[in-house]
Design a protein around this ligand. Structure first.
Ligand code: MAN
Length: 355
């Protein structure tokens, strides 16, 4: 394996679908990945994205769970795989051949958020029930990829809310990882990969976010500010794709930015045009976070271990959260849209590979 700043934890993959019970017996868990992280009362919390689908999926048809807001139940839509009007080449989603390229009609699995708890950061116990389950018109296809920011005693959870209307950004709040309150969509489709900075800077809150332009524009990272965490304005393009490099396809914020003496350290994901997802790092000015100070030339972690290369959607390392203890950063990350893994690095080493 090529040298990387991060060292993989020995027990990887740390949490796999086989270790998680589906939320109902006629479903199976096919992914436990892209978890947000938090410290709560001496425990490390992983807010897992759990992806499920009805059992029996391997037959001739695809069964797609869709949350029905009228009955408050999951309905199963069945699509015959021999139906020539659909295309199934992406394992994650189904498109109508007549639609414009890159647009999808359905997802092949249904995601919700579930909590895993640990004292040592390596061995996790998964809660028996979902923590946040889709139930609004903007979540009918599922909720994905949470990031958790602690401000005072409140944890702000941003997540992708997926529905036929597109992928927007939901916000939910918890103080105890038992009770949770939705705050609605803070950014409309298409937008995802939102992290809230953990403190006000010169009187304003900041988020990093990733809109996608449909006619002109690229999937790049923006910054916005707010007085209240709910209404966001003064949007500015923060950093972009790098043609010919590992992050020339799409980029998005990963973990909640880490405050260091040098600046805000953001671990972000970057995919190539061929959908190989790596992690990189970027440093933002402490007082003026819309200014980029330095960026990693090479990935700080790239998919190389077998569990990162092969899976539901292979060649993916994708982090939504880290835990920092003194100088050590533990990065929790989803692998191949299937399982969770972790890797560690010192803050010093991460900072020294930025230029
Ligand atoms: C999407 C992300 C993640 C996922 C990657 C790789 O863009 O939002 O949910 O892990 O692609 O499939």
């Amino acid at each position: 394996m090529t040298s990387s700043v991060f060292k993989r934890c020995s027990g990887n993959p740390m949490l796999t679908p086989a270790q998680v019970q589906p939320h109902r017996p006629d479903f199976e868990v096919i992914g436990v990945f892209n978890a947000g992280t938090a410290w709560y009362q001496g425990e490390i919390i992983l807010l897992l994205r759990v992806a499920e689908r009805p059992v029996g999926w391997e037959g001739g048809d695809t069964r797609i769970p869709i949350f029905d807001t009228e009955t408050n139940k999951l309905q199963i839509k069945v699509i015959d795989r021999t139906d020539g009007t659909y295309e199934f080449s992406d394992t994650r989603a189904i498109r109508l051949k007549s639609d414009s390229p890159g647009t999808f009609r359905y997802l092949t699995s249904f995601s919700y958020l579930r909590i895993a708890r640990s004292r040592d950061g390596r061995h996790f116990t998964v809660d028996p029930n979902p923590f946040l389950f889709p139930n609004t018109p903007f979540e009918t296809f599922g909720i994905e990829d949470p990031r958790v920011t602690q401000i005072g005693d409140t944890y702000y959870i941003t997540y992708s809310a997926v529905s036929p209307a597109g992928v927007g950004v939901g916000l939910a709040i918890t103080k105890d990882f038992v009770n949770v309150q939705r705050q609605g969509l803070i950014l409309p489709p298409e937008n995802k990969d939102v992290v809230i900075l953990p403190e006000k800077i010169q009187g304003k809150y900041y988020i990093l976010h990733r809109p996608i332009g449909k006619s002109i524009g690229l999937p790049e990272v923006w910054i916005a500010e707010s007085d209240n965490l709910f209404s966001w304005g003064n949007h500015r393009l923060l950093f972009g794709l790098r043609e010919g490099k590992w992050d020339d396809g799409r980029i998005g914020a990963g973990a909640v930015p880490i405050k260091t003496k040098e600046g805000w350290l953001e671990l972000y994901h970057g995919a190539s045009k061929r959908n190989r997802y790596c992690m990189g790092a970027i440093l933002l000015d402490l007082e003026e976070p819309w200014k980029v100070l330095a960026r990693s030339e090479h990935p700080i972690l790239e998919p190389e271990a077998p569990y990162e290369v092969d899976g539901f959607f292979g060649n993916v390392v994708f982090s939504c959260g880290v835990i920092v203890q003194d100088d050590e950063v533990t990065m929790y990350y989803g692998v191949a849209d299937t399982s969770m893994a972790c890797a560690t690095a010192s803050l010093k080493d991460i900072l020294s590979c930025l230029s």
